[in-house]
Structure formats: structure tokens, C-alpha cells
Design a binder for this molecule. Structure first.
Ligand code: C2O
Ligand code: CU
Ligand code: CU
Length: 479
């Protein structure tokens, strides 16, 4: 079995591994490394703030558009009472949220008030290449850039984060993340919980020093014992005894969560990266890897008022607190919402005519993470898919020696998982996705169709340390 050090060296990044290699060992000090003392459920959840547009106008198709400003800057916030933490945040806020509607474009003026280059990316967005946050389009310190998001795609829970060439992993770790919730008429017609009962939650891990400062160490992914939900450490959330739509986004650099509600109580899985699933799926655990989104409806009416229900991580590293947050059922409420038996069929992505393989591997000699044996090279275009073509991509993780999981995230297009090692995907993976994780020795096949934008787009492992160490490629979509 690998030692902890070897795992760290290998850049392995998963609770699955640690849980498998030493589950139950609670010997490690909690909040290890002299960090802040951790107490679960000491602070209330902070609801992510929905930004108001600064203004708007008329778009190309006559429909209106909304304008926002997002400035990435260093800000002191209080994560633990009595301490301050310097973070890099959009507008000085922890995960502010933009709510957008299909057919109504959003224009964002992004200014970079950081001391490092910045390149904003809408993860899950179907946007023209020049608005995609390609590392070529970095905004230098003091600069700004206007991003245009057409919002001509299906309703989905997306998020904004940095994609600069060298600083992205640290910028994301230090907090430059925003939510982007796109809705559309189809979804609006469904009787799912809405308004205050539709709650985005941004989950991540972190390491804090005793003075409250955030500690970033690219290889330190197994030593980030604090879990933050919307920037608050393991908060409690007061809910009504009714159904809620909970939109989870994992903004961690490397951590995976296997979420469990109460004693394994039922959650209804309704959506993933690319929006609603074809049908709801009853789930007792919910796996969420970095950059993925999983949405569930939780019915708190089964619990009497006064109940406290804990959401925990079944694959916390040995010695960590498993608790993620707690739902406190404090009142009753009228509930006209329902989860229909059918949600949204996957669109027909066509018949594939091109096949490609992506072998994900770690090179112990150089410490680099490779796709098809190569580290990322900004000067190299790895492939040129054609507009109008459907392709099948096979992603193979060959890192059995070090036991390193990898993911593949595609910019530009969502995809449909065809199989995992030849077996049909689980029903919770039957919707559109943009990020899939593949365990060592395993493979996944998915299909995607290049529809309307040409130009250069990235694809990469979304374990950000791996991406920094080369696990990224670029495609140029051609007409
Ligand atoms: Cu979350 Cu290249 O993206
Ligand atoms: Cu992306
Ligand atoms: Cu990886």
C-alpha cells in the first residue's frame, strides 16, 4: 500500500483512495497541521447572493440582455469568528450568483484587480471561443475584458472560475468562483421547488492556518481538512418541512464527496452538469467530483419540526470530520412543488462518425500529468473536430500503479455518457454532462456533437493540480 507521502507525490486526489486505504483510522489530529479548531454546525449557512444586473439593453435578436460587472480582487473576509482570511473573490463576495434565462444574453465586464493574470471561464457554457476564457485571452493585472454569454443552451447549473495559464489552481482555491444558474421555459413549467426553495450550494475543502489564513499547497490536497459550504465552515441551514431543490457544485481543486443525508435517507436526484436528467433517480448517496454539479430534491416534510439532519461525506480522509452541513427543520410550510416522473429527455446528438481516445496518465519521472502521453502545449492544437460532426470519445485512466483518479472536462459541448467499461451508465449519469471522472484502470465512452462555434477550446482533467501539471489539451473546431 502506498504511504501518504507517496500518494501526495503522485498527485493522487481522492477520498475514495484514502477511504479504501485507511478507513476508520481516526488517529490523525482533527484540523491537523496547527489549523483553526473545527467545530461543526457553529455557523449558519450564508445563502449565495443573487447579483442584480447593472443595466441592460437590446440584444441581437431583439431580446433584452443583462450587464454585470465582476471584479476579481483580494478581500479580507471572516470565515472563522475572530479571524480574517484574505481571499481572491469576485466583487469581494464568496460565490455570488448570476441568474440567467435562455434567450436573454448576459454581458459581463470582468476586471482583474489581482496581481496575477486572470481568464474567466463559464464552466458548462456554450459560448464563442473568444468568450470562453482560453488562456490566450488572459486579462493582465489592472485590465478588463467583456464577456458575452449568448445563453442559447438548455437550462443548467453552471459556474464561473479562473482559467489563466499558471494561476488558475491558486485563484480557484483562494475563492474566485461565482455561480451561474441558467433557466428556460421548459424547466420553469415543471413544478419543481422554486424561489427561496431553490438553493445553490458551493462545496469545497480548504486548509486554514491558526491565524485564519488560507494555506495553498498544490500537493497538499490530502491536508485540506475544512469543508466550506458557500464559504462557511460546516454550517447549519434552517429549512421548512417541505421540498427543496438543492443545487450542489463542487468547486474544490481536488476533493471528491460521497454525500449521504442522515442515515442514508432518500434524496431525489434530478439534474447534473448539463441540466435535468431524463427522469428522477432515488439516491441514498450522491457522488460529486470537482467541477461537477448534482441537483437533488430533498423532502424535509418527512422529518418532524425540530429535527436536525446531517449531510456528511462518506469518503472523508481518515481523521477528518465527515460532517458537511446540517439541515435544521424549524417550521412547516405550504408545498405546492412536485417532482414529475419524467424530467427532460437527452437531445439526439446524432450518429458518430469520428472516434478519439484520451489516455490519462501520470509520469512519475517528471511529475507531469499527461493526455495521450503529452503535457499541455499552448502552441499545439491536439485535434480539429468539424462542425456538424458527432464524435465518440473514449477516456482511459491507466494510472493503476499510483491509483490516481482523473476526470475529463470538455469546454463548449455537453456530452452523453454511452458506457463505463462497456456497461450502461447509471441512471444518475444519463443526462448531459461536461465532466466525468474515471477511476484507475477504468474507461468511459461518451458522445458529443460540434454544433455552431468554431475556434480553440480546452479539454482537461478538472483535478486542478493535474491540469496545472499538464493534463490539458486543446481542440480547434473547424467549419
Ligand atoms: Cu471548469 Cu476548463 O474548466
Ligand atoms: Cu469548462
Ligand atoms: Cu487528473
Amino acid at each position: 500500500m502506498l504511504t501518504r507521502r507517496q500518494l501526495i507525490k503522485a498527485g493522487a486526489a481522492t477520498g475514495v483512495l484514502a477511504a479504501a486505504s485507511g478507513a476508520g483510522a481516526t488517529a490523525l489530529a482533527r484540523g491537523s497541521g496547527g489549523g483553526v479548531a473545527e467545530e461543526a454546525f457553529a455557523v449558519p449557512l450564508k445563502r449565495a447572493r443573487v447579483l442584480r444586473p447593472l443595466g441592460g439593453g437590446r440584444g441581437r435578436h431583439g431580446a433584452g440582455y443583462d450587464v454585470y460587472r465582476l471584479s476579481a480582487r483580494e478581500t479580507d473576509v471572516s470565515v472563522f469568528p475572530g479571524t480574517t482570511t484574505r481571499m481572491r473573490l469576485f466583487n469581494g463576495e464568496l460565490a455570488p450568483v448570476i441568474r440567467a434565462t435562455r434567450g436573454r444574453p448576459v454581458v459581463i465586464e470582468q476586471t482583474n484587480a489581482l496581481g496575477v493574470p486572470f481568464s474567466m471561464h463559464l464552466h458548462g457554457g456554450h459560448v464563442p471561443a473568444r468568450h470562453d476564457g482560453h488562456p490566450d485571452n488572459e486579462v493582465l493585472p489592472g485590465g478588463s475584458r467583456v464577456f458575452n454569454y449568448p445563453n442559447e443552451q438548455r437550462a443548467a447549473t453552471m459556474w464561473l472560475h479562473d482559467h489563466s495559464h499558471h494561476a488558475h489552481a491558486e485563484n480557484v482555491y483562494l475563492g474566485t468562483v461565482a455561480g451561474y444558474l441558467l433557466t428556460d421555459a421548459f424547466e420553469e413549467r415543471l413544478p419543481l421547488p422554486k424561489g427561496q426553495y431553490d438553493v445553490p450550494l458551493y462545496l469545497r475543502d480548504a486548509k486554514f492556518a491558526g491565524d485564519g489564513s488560507l494555506v495553498y499547497d498544490m500537493d497538499g490536497f490530502m491536508d485540506r481538512p475544512t469543508v466550506l459550504v458557500n464559504g462557511r465552515p460546516r454550517p447549519y441551514f434552517e429549512v421548512a418541512a417541505r421540498k427543496y431543490r438543492i443545487r450542489l457544485t463542487n468547486t474544490s481543486n481536488e476533493r471528491a464527496f460521497l454525500l449521504r443525508l442522515g442515515e442514508g435517507d432518500e434524496m431525489t436526484h434530478i439534474a447534473t452538469d448539463g441540466g435535468l436528467l431524463p427522469a428522477p433517480v432515488s439516491a441514498r448517496v450522491l457522488e460529486i467530483w470537482p467541477a461537477e454539479r448534482q441537483e437533488v430534491v430533498i423532502d424535509f416534510s418527512r422529518y418532524p419540526v425540530g429535527s436536525q439532519v446531517v449531510l456528511s461525506n462518506a469518503i472523508a480522509f481518515p481523521g477528518e470530520l465527515p460532517e458537511v452541513m446540517r439541515f435544521d427543520v424549524v417550521r412547516t410550510a405550504h408545498d405546492p412543488s412536485a417532482v414529475p416522473d419524467r424530467l427532460r429527455p437527452v437531445p439526439d446528438l446524432g450518429t458518430p462518425t469520428v472516434e478519439r481516445t484520451f489516455v490519462m496518465s501520470f509520469d512519475a519521472a517528471t511529475g507531469q500529468h499527461l493526455i495521450n502521453g503529452k503535457p499541455f502545449d499552448p502552441e499545439r492544437v491536439d485535434m480539429r473536430p468539424r462542425l456538424g460532426t458527432t464524435e465518440v470519445w473514449t477516456v482511459r485512466n491507466t494510472d493503476t500503479q499510483f491509483g490516481i483518479p482523473h476526470s475529463l472536462h470538455t469546454h463548449l459541448e455537453h456530452f452523453q455518457v454511452l458506457d463505463r467499461d462497456g456497461a450502461a451508465p447509471a441512471p444518475g449519469e444519463a443526462g448531459l454532462k461536461d465532466t466525468v471522472t474515471v477511476m484507475p484502470g477504468k474507461s468511459v465512452r461518451f458522445k458529443l456533437r460540434f454544433t455552431d462555434y468554431t475556434g480553440k477550446f480546452m479539454y482537461h482533467c478538472h483535478l486542478l493540480g493535474h491540469m496545472t501539471m499538464g493534463m490539458m489539451g486543446q481542440m480547434e473546431v473547424v467549419d
